[in-house]
Design a protein around this ligand. Structure first.
Ligand code: ADP
Length: 491
């Protein structure tokens, strides 16, 4: 029976763009609908930004970058503002969680206990860095004093996806603000609501006008305008590999703006027979099915050693049967809808491909018969490396289970992908854990755990999963330029 929700779907008024500290209609006057994926209904209209609005936002960001108070603010003062924003996020956690759940469809238990606390934690971590960003004194030949300055990279364009709207925003805003940059953010067209509320909270925290600008809109228009803008110094993008490539190309063809990309994945999760197999199987289930499979780190290729293959398959199949699919605002719900009709259709296309290529659909494989974009948790066994479902990022609740015989085969097949975002290994043998984690070509390797994120730990991709790192100290390097200052002594 459904439990009475303590957080209810909010009523939301139509939304405007946030530029130069003001709420504005788009220059074209156009708006678009943001949809509740649990019902397919329109939540509200949102002003639709395009090139002209990006231009206004960039001008505001440039002005804020180069003038008081932001340009003169000390690192510690910037840090205090970021701490204040983190406090406000916590104080408004229920409201923000409700925005994430209505706009994205994620279960309220996840928005409230994972997304929003993770967002606040990222701001708090980078607030601490704001007054610790500095260069070095470097001994050089001759009567010269050389030092480096780590200056803000400038106006940054940030384009984020819809799977963790608030959290992805924090990964982008927090290091940029700590470094002293100013921001033009485009949230995903599917999920603009939390970004707009966070802009309001940033204003309440005291960020000067123009430091943060939010321009909702579509990728080929507002997103492309950010990638091509001659007065944006850096673009940070999270999304598909295909669009990431386009952004890099556009940056190269315009002003060579710096580019960081966090792209797709097809992450291998390797379970050896000497692991705590039951725990590994439970984590393997969540590694894929968390957030309806809409994670760039989703453990979508589960490689299992021969002798424990049946046991693992049985455990994950029984967990699929226990998934509580339904209204995201019901606290018992563990699986909500996919984000959109389009995403739902793409996933069903992959499920059909798995079936027609001869993989064994052990459980699921259908849409759920109700309004909204729900897909059954789907597990394919007997998956071969050359099947579409083993090669391409699905971004949905579809797990491929793959059988292997030994360590060498596991490593070889795990790395047999164009992606390299994350990987995991489960074993009780420390030597095997060390050997395999060193051999895996991925930006993050989890050993006997999965999806452990921390604002302090760098995150990003090898190969076609990305360029650059977010989070941790490494993120700051992507928001600063290094300047060498060489001063003659005694003249
Ligand atoms: P997905 O297919 O999962 O939505 P995308 O890479 O298409 O992933 O989208 C991620 C983000 O990139 C979204 O904010 C989207 O609007 C934006 N985007 C899409 N196309 C472009 C583009 N051509 N240029 C810039 N941004 C884009």
């Amino acid at each position: 029976m459904a439990s009475a929700p303590t957080i209810t779907p909010p009523k939301i008024e139509n939304k405007k763009l946030f530029i130069a500290g003001k709420w504005q209609d788009s220059v074209s006057g156009k708006t678009f609908e943001t949809i509740n994926p649990a019902t397919g209904d329109c939540i509200c209209q949102v002003a639709e930004g395009d090139l002209a609005d990006v231009d206004l936002a960039v001008s505001a960001a440039r002005k804020a970058l180069e003038s008081k108070p932001w340009a003169r603010l000390s690192g510690s003062a910037r840090g205090r503002l970021i701490y204040k924003l983190a406090d406000l996020i916590e104080a408004n956690a229920k409201e923000l969680a409700a925005l994430e759940s209505i706009d994205n469809g994620k279960p309220i238990r996840d928005s409230l206990h994972v997304d929003i606390p993770g967002t606040a934690a990222t701001f708090r971590y980078f607030a601490g860095w704001a007054d610790k960003i500095h260069g070095k004194v470097i001994p050089v030949n001759g009567p010269f004093f050389a030092h480096t300055r780590h200056e803000p990279i400038g106006v940054v364009g940030q384009i984020i996806p819809w799977n963790f709207p608030a959290m992805m925003l924090s990964w982008k805003w927090a290091p940029a603000l700590a470094a002293g940059c100013t921001i033009v953010l485009k949230p995903a067209e599917q999920t603009p609501l939390s970004a707009l509320r966070l802009a309001e909270l940033a204003q309440e925290a005291g960020f000067p006008d123009g430091v943060i600008n939010v321009v909702p809109g579509f990728g080929p228009t507002a997103g492309a305008a950010i990638a091509a803008h001659m007065d944006i110094d850096k673009v940070a993008f999270t999304g598909s590999t295909e669009i990431g490539k386009q952004i890099m190309k556009t940056a190269a063809e315009t002003n060579l703006k710096r580019v960081t990309l966090e792209l797709g994945g097809k992450s291998p999760n390797i379970v050896f027979a000497d692991a705590d197999v039951e725990t590994a199987a439970k984590f393997a289930y969540h590694a894929l099915f968390f957030n309806m499979g809409q994670c760039c780190t989703a453990g979508s290729r589960l490689l299992v050693e021969d002798s424990v293959y049946d046991q693992v398959l049985e455990t994950i199949s029984s967990l699929a049967g226990k998934q509580v699919i339904g209204d995201p605002f019901d606290e018992k719900t563990t699986q909500g809808p996919q984000v959109s009709q389009q995403q739902c259709d793409t996933i069903m296309g992959y499920i059909d491909a798995g079936k027609s290529e001869g993989a064994d659909c052990v459980t699921g494989g259908n849409r759920v018969d109700r309004a909204g974009y729900f897909v059954e948790p789907t597990i394919f066994a007997g998956v071969k490396d050359d099947m579409k479902i083993a090669k391409e990022e699905i971004f949905g609740p579809v797990l491929s289970v793959i059988r292997f015989k030994d360590v060498a085969e596991a490593i070889e097949r795990a790395n047999n992908t164009m992606y390299g975002l994350a990987a995991a290994v489960w074993t009780r043998d420390i030597n095997k854990a060390n050997k395999v984690s060193a051999a895996l070509k991925a930006g993050t390797v989890w050993v006997n755990c999965y999806n452990v994120f921390d604002a302090a730990a760098p995150f990003g991709g090898f190969k076609m999963s990305g360029v650059g790192r977010e989070m941790g100290e490494y993120a700051l390097a992507n928001y600063t330029e290094v300047k060498s200052v060489i001063t003659a002594l005694g003249r």
